[in-house]
Design a protein around this ligand. Structure first.
Ligand SMILES: *[C@@H]1O[C@H](CO)[C@@H](O)[C@H](O)[C@H]1NC(C)=O
Ligand SMILES: *[C@@H]1O[C@H](CO)[C@@H](O)[C@H](O)[C@H]1NC(C)=O
Ligand SMILES: *[C@@H]1O[C@H](CO)[C@@H](O)[C@H](O)[C@H]1NC(C)=O
Ligand SMILES: *[C@@H]1O[C@H](CO)[C@@H](O)[C@H](O)[C@H]1NC(C)=O
Ligand SMILES: *[C@@H]1O[C@H](CO)[C@@H](O)[C@H](O)[C@H]1NC(C)=O
Ligand SMILES: *[C@@H]1O[C@H](CO)[C@@H](O)[C@H](O)[C@H]1NC(C)=O
Ligand SMILES: *[C@@H]1O[C@H](CO)[C@@H](O)[C@H](O)[C@H]1NC(C)=O
Ligand SMILES: *[C@@H]1O[C@H](CO)[C@@H](O)[C@H](O)[C@H]1NC(C)=O
Ligand SMILES: *[C@@H]1O[C@H](CO)[C@@H](O)[C@H](O)[C@H]1NC(C)=O
Ligand SMILES: *[C@@H]1O[C@H](CO)[C@@H](O)[C@H](O)[C@H]1NC(C)=O
Length: 498
């Protein structure tokens, strides 16, 4: 019996401490082997372990083994990993029913068969860069042990078609990304404490998690065509929706986005709908509050912005860009006084909109920018506003001044801009062991961490975005007539900048 050890260790880590009993025919007694980490490179090494019904330790498959059958072993208390670049084509474990740690298969380019028909409990699952693996045979269905929360369910850049046999109920992080053959993400998960990302899978992917109640962060990205999350009531941080396939998004049970009504410097939670050209309607019938921002970038066919009948509070900014004719946020009332309300939607009649209860009731202290005009809604300013009437020249002067000021502010903003930290719920990407490094080099975007950084990095494109430009454009449009009728302070671009 010969065991290879990891390259890093100089002395063998392998210590088979005890072999309690041998397997007797028909009996349930079992051999119990202990080893910290076994690196397997041949079938004979695997066969040598076949008397170990329980292995207290971990197994790594090295690069050389091509067809591997794990006979005998039922329980692996540690992890089961396949080294990046492994030649393995078939990995079969007929008896294996329990893996306490992670089952990680990354970068096995020729793997076509993964069959573990008895596997019932796995601490977490990570399948990455498996371009030939279409099916996973987990016929007994996989869950975590008892009430444990699985650390991760990551399926990234594989040919896998279905996750039907994975029945985790609680997971920290779920990332289903870049699996072109997957058109259905249907999981019985009830609770995701960290990120939940589905993007760049098969065209028109249907996402259905009928039992999901709470989640840390949601991103329904490219190619998602349908989202069914009927039992989702709360999201701890952001909800991002960015898919051209979506025609309608409905989150019927969602009550709040964020943990508290008011954002703090370290905790933010926004609803962002963007890059969804085919979206024509949204429905958030129970959404009461959003801790940070409501950011909506609409599309041509989406003319009525409604679907938020009970939304009462947005902690920071409301940013609405699009072709909306009507904006109907009937219950929305001022945030904390620091927030901005920014609208760029040429069809909207700003004057009429500003007469809606959303702006006339409740002492809104936030200045509103509507199609380039800045409207001061401070209660004490309201009277002045009606009295004052400036000549066209003065208005022009102010507008030019405002434009210059915006430019100045922008430059300042660029100079001073620093990234803000966004606290996401604890997400464990720790089990990587560096295995995905090569993959990252080959696939520049396939870095799970990027997803975590998303809320930060997405700030940068916004700087290039047309918020300030829109402001400039709008000030030369007819809407200028409704532009400031009093001294204008610099309208800060509605970027996340606290
Ligand atoms: C195997 O050994 C481990 C560690 O010594 C022990 O915790 C476990 O209960 C044993 N299992 C069996 C089936 O004997
Ligand atoms: C692996 O299994 C496949 C299918 O049974 C077989 O065609 C192939 O020759 C095997 N390769 C090795 C190296 O054993
Ligand atoms: C995968 O298989 C091809 C031939 O089918 C072979 O050329 C290549 O080296 C294999 N790659 C690995 C990592 O085993
Ligand atoms: C989800 O899990 C978290 C952390 O374990 C827990 O605090 C929360 O109450 C759970 N939510 C539900 C709906 O079970
Ligand atoms: C998805 O749609 C795009 C554009 O319509 C097409 O080019 C691509 O081949 C489709 N992908 C799949 C996996 O069907
Ligand atoms: C919905 O979630 C609640 C807890 O938030 C749970 O009690 C209820 O059973 C769930 N309903 C379904 C259909 O999963
Ligand atoms: C968007 O809708 C148009 C018109 O219905 C359709 O032709 C197009 O394929 C849709 N795009 C996507 C990505 O679904
Ligand atoms: C939408 O995405 C674009 C990049 O595609 C970005 O520039 C813009 O700021 C985003 N808008 C919102 C409202 O998030
Ligand atoms: C909306 O999206 C367009 C392009 O997709 C982008 O140019 C614009 O800056 C976005 N608007 C906002 C407010 O982010
Ligand atoms: C709103 O504008 C007025 C003057 O137009 C300015 O004094 C005030 O500080 C602005 N309020 C906010 C919250 O930006």
């Amino acid at each position: 019996m010969r065991f290879k050890t990891p390259k890093l260790s100089l002395i063998s880590l392998l210590t088979i401490i005890n072999i309690i009993t041998r397997v007797h025919s028909q009996s349930t007694t079992s051999a119990n082997c202990t080893a910290e980490l076994l690196t397997i490179n041949s079938q004979s090494e695997l066969d040598a372990l076949s008397s170990c019904v329980t292995l207290s330790g971990s197994i790594n498959f090295g690069r050389d083994i091509v067809n591997a059958t794990i006979n005998g072993i039922q329980t692996i208390r540690g992890a089961l990993r396949v080294t990046y670049g492994a030649k393995v084509q078939r990995l079969i474990a007929p008896d294996l029913s329990f893996v306490g740690g992670i089952l990680q298969i990354s970068g096995a380019l020729n793997l076509t068969v993964l069959s573990m028909p008895s596997l019932a409990n796995v601490g977490s699952l990570r399948f990455e860069y498996l371009p030939r693996l279409r099916t996973v045979e987990f016929s007994s269905q996989i869950d975590s042990l008892g009430d444990d929360t699985a650390i991760q369910l990551v399926v990234w850049d594989t040919a896998i078609e279905s996750l039907a046999d994975i029945i985790y109920r609680k997971v920290e992080s779920v990332q289903i990304i870049e699996n072109p053959n997957m058109v259905e993400v249907d999981l019985p998960i009830r609770n995701i404490t960290g990120v939940f990302v589905v993007r760049d899978n098969g065209n028109d992917t249907r996402v259905s998690l009928p039992y999901l109640g709470t989640v840390g962060y949601v991103h329904m990205g490219a190619n998602v065509g349908e989202v069914n999350l009927p039992n989702l009531t709360a999201v701890e941080t952001d909800v991002r929706i960015t898919s051209d396939y979506l025609r309608r998004i409905e989150l019927p049970g969602l009550v709040n986005i964020g943990t508290e009504k008011v954002a703090t410097t370290t905790r933010r939670a926004s609803l962002e709908i963007n890059r969804s050209k085919n979206l024509t309607a949204v429905s958030f019938p129970k959404l009461e509050w959003i801790m940070s921002d409501l950011r909506i970038n609409g599309s041509e066919g989406w003319t009525e912005l409604g679907g938020f009948p009970v939304l009462g509070s947005v902690g920071d900014d409301v940013v609405i860009d699009g072709d909306f004719e009507n904006i109907n946020l009937p219950n929305l009332r001022p945030g904390d006084g620091e927030s901005r309300f920014w609208i760029n939607s040429p069809q909207v009649d700003c004057a009429a909109l500003l007469r809606e209860p959303i702006f006339t009731e409740g002492g809104w202290r936030t200045n509103v920018t509507c199609n380039g005009g800045l409207y001061d809604l401070s209660p004490e300013e309201e009277t002045k506003e009606t009295k004052k009437s400036l000549s066209g020249g003065a208005i022009g002067g102010i507008a030019v001044g405002a434009v210059a000021a915006v430019g100045g502010a922008l430059i300042l903003f660029f100079v001073c801009f620093r990234r803000r930290r966004v606290d996401l719920p604890k997400i464990l990407e720790l089990e990587d062991g560096g295995i995905s490094k090569r993959k990252v080099a080959e696939l520049p975007e396939a870095k799970p961490v990027a997803e975590l950084e998303d809320p930060e990095t997405s700030v940068a494109p916004e700087l290039e975005g047309s918020i300030p430009l829109a402001e400039l454009e709008a000030s030369s449009s007819p809407n200028q007539r409704r532009a400031p009728e009093h001294e204008v302070s610099i309208p800060k671009p509605p970027l996340e900048q606290k």
